[in-house]
Design a protein around this ligand. Structure first.
Ligand SMILES: [Zn+2]
Length: 175
């Protein structure tokens, strides 16, 4: 499973190449909505009051993502934050008929958008292949990524700019 929400939330406040100042996407509501929507995450129903919880969620997911990527023990305080934020989510199990088979489904009800995001990251953390969860190996970049290559050899969070800049640096070092 591709842990898309984990990667997106972990990287949300990390510095990008085009940033001229420290990233602060969660300072106001329009910025937070833009940041979530830009990552393909639901921002519907997000209010000003949700922003502190959203910042805590991003910090916790970011810390846990680093723990897994760097093979450190998961920080129990960050685990506690996720548990607290998702504590209002309730699930209802439903059995349905699909052709000649039966399918079990859980219908989730989330009290607010941040709780829904917390629940989703918990589900992603549960099934994630941690050997594919890594930090970009370019020194100036600490973005997390999920290596989906068959060979498991992806080193940069993206070719543009990190892979490209690293190869350029090596060419310079050899000339
Ligand atoms: Zn990178």
């Amino acid at each position: 499973m591709n842990p898309a929400a984990v990667i997106a939330l972990a990287n949300l406040q990390r510095r990008r190449r085009w940033d001229t100042a420290p990233r602060a996407p969660l300072l106001n509501l329009p910025g937070a909505r833009r940041a979530l929507a830009g990552e393909g995450l639901p921002a519907d129903g997000l209010t000003q009051d949700d922003l502190p919880a959203l910042a805590r969620l991003c910090d916790a997911v970011s810390e846990l993502g680093d723990c897994l990527a760097l093979r450190r023990l998961p920080a129990s305080q960050a685990v506690g934050v996720l548990n607290e934020l998702a504590s209002g989510c309730t699930g209802t199990t439903q059995l349905s008929v699909s052709g000649h088979a039966l399918r079990g489904n859980v219908d989730w009800r989330d009290p607010d958008p941040v709780a829904g995001l917390a629940r989703r990251t918990m589900q992603e953390f549960d099934g994630v292949d941690t050997s594919r969860l890594r930090q970009c190996q370019r020194e100036e970049c600490d973005l997390l990524f999920f290596d989906r290559t068959r060979s498991r050899t992806q080193r940069w969070h993206a070719e543009n700019p990190c892979g490209w800049l690293e190869r350029q640096r090596r060419r310079r070092a050899h000339s």
